[in-house]
Design a protein around this ligand. Structure first.
Ligand code: HSE
Length: 428
């Protein structure tokens, strides 16, 4: 084989960067692959927009590209669930390797697609699906293979991290989101960012790789950043914490894996606490390697194209050498997921209460009933509305106890409202 002919599905932000790099870095990429990489065809939505390809290479029919007889390798960058899933399925069924950045399809249909790829003896690669340009999939698959991963904590939604970084400087969520949208970090529907959907899709992919746990995003506990108040960020800062949208997975004592996405206070000295703006980072603890962190640009055309092209080079090199695709690894029995009610975390509560004697006695009684220890307290005198504000940081307790305590705290005669409940992560 002298040339590997690439069929590109989608020429949006990432597709455009991939197409441009294939042309401008043709020599470097082809040398790395050991074969000439040729962008043969591309499927676009709108034929009138300027593209780094000749008109005769373009079509609005992505299925024609996915199954074209003159395409050796399909790169799927359309995003979203359908038709991307159907296109990848058709390409794999036609015996074509697929490189994709599609977190949604991989999170929901990854195992089925991987099975189809294995049956057809072709590769399905997805380095760009999580963390944009940060190498994550290959390190978790290969470089850390000797480890039993005990914990993974990650910032994998650039939009939320950007918004929270700006909220910590006093900006409102709406203003910060508008800037993230302008910069092109946000999903087509920013609800997917703000409600943690994007992060849950990505965590699902990482949990399968790092913990060999069978899961779909629907099984993960998910909470987004809507409703967070800059006040919570300020209180956290007073006690040495930074607020992040975290994706967390941890192996429990019985082998079950907890996996969740939610806002969390992190000690300011944790490496993830220093990840600001649209940056992403994944902090992994292996039983041999200890803690390692991967960080960098989690979104954007060029950064994501870097990961896509790494996969393209790998596949093309194998095609050029005529090497067979390695069979799927035997990862052993899959780990179960731990129900969220059994997950234990520290917690932050912010309450508006009447400024009357005995309030604290009532609050501490509720916490004691649920065996929740109190670590720190902040109390503010009543403001104009006449309610005092109480902030509690607890020691670790199961989610079921924390939820029950929240409901009871809300019912106390002295409580006006429970304004926030946010989980707190420890340094280790
Ligand atoms: N909307 C995503 C983010 C884009 O903000 O991280 C990259 O997957």
């Amino acid at each position: 084989m002298k040339t590997v002919r690439i069929g590109l599905l989608g020429v949006g932000t990432v597709g455009h960067a991939v197409a441009r790099a294939l042309l401008e870095r043709h020599d470097v990429l082809s040398r790395a692959a050991g074969v000439s990489l040729h962008l043969q065809r591309a499927a676009v939505r709108d034929l009138t927009r300027p593209r780094p390809l000749a008109r005769e290479q373009l079509t609005t029919d992505p299925m024609a590209v996915a199954t074209a007889s003159d395409v050796d390798l399909v790169v799927e960058l359309i995003g979203g669930e359908e038709p991307a899933r159907a296109l990848m399925t058709a390409a794999l069924a036609a015996g074509k390797p697929v490189v994709t950045a599609n977190k949604r399809v991989l999170a929901w249909h990854g195992p089925q697609l991987a099975k189809l790829a294995a049956q057809r003896g072709v590769e399905l690669r997805c380095e760009a699906a999580v963390g944009g340009g940060i190498p994550l999939i290959a390190p978790l698959t290969d470089d850390l293979a000797a480890n039993r991963i005990t914990e993974l904590r990650a910032i994998i939604n650039g939009t939320c991290n950007y918004v929270l970084t700006r909220m910590a400087q006093g900006e409102t969520l709406a203003d910060a989101l508008a800037k993230a949208q302008e910069a092109g970090y946000a999903e087509a529907d920013p609800k997917d960012d703000l409600e943690g959907v994007d992060a849950a899709d990505k965590l699902c992919i990482l949990v399968r790789l790092a913990f060999n746990a069978a899961c779909t995003p629907a099984q993960l506990h998910r909470q987004g950043i809507r409703g967070l108040d800059p006040k919570d960020l300020a209180y956290g800062r007073e006690l040495g914490y930074v607020l992040k949208l975290l994706a967390i997975a941890r192996r429990g004592p019985g082998g079950a894996v907890e996996a969740r996405v939610h806002p969390a206070f992190l000690p300011a000295d944790h490496p993830l606490a220093r990840i600001d703006g649209a940056q992403n980072a994944v902090h992994v603890v292996g039983d041999l390697c200890g803690p390692v962190m991967f960080s960098g640009l989690g979104a954007g055309g060029d950064a994501t194209a870097s990961a896509v092209l790494a996969d393209v080079v790998q596949v093309a090199r194998r095609l050029a050498l005529g090497d067979p695709v390695a069979p799927p690894r035997d990862s052993g029995p899959e780990a179960p997921l731990l129900p969220m009610s059994q997950v234990s975390t520290r917690c932050y509560f912010r309450l508006a209460v009447d400024d009357v004697p005995g309030v604290f006695a009532q609050i501490t009684k509720v916490l004691a009933t649920h065996e929740i220890g109190l670590a720190s307290v902040i109390q503010r005198e009543p403001g104009k509305l006449g309610a005092a504000e109480v902030v509690l940081f607890t020691y670790a307790a199961p989610e079921s106890a924390l939820a029950a305590a929240e409901a009871e705290l809300a019912q106390l005669s002295s409580t006006r409202s429970v304004l926030a409940r946010i989980r707190v992560e420890s340094s280790k």
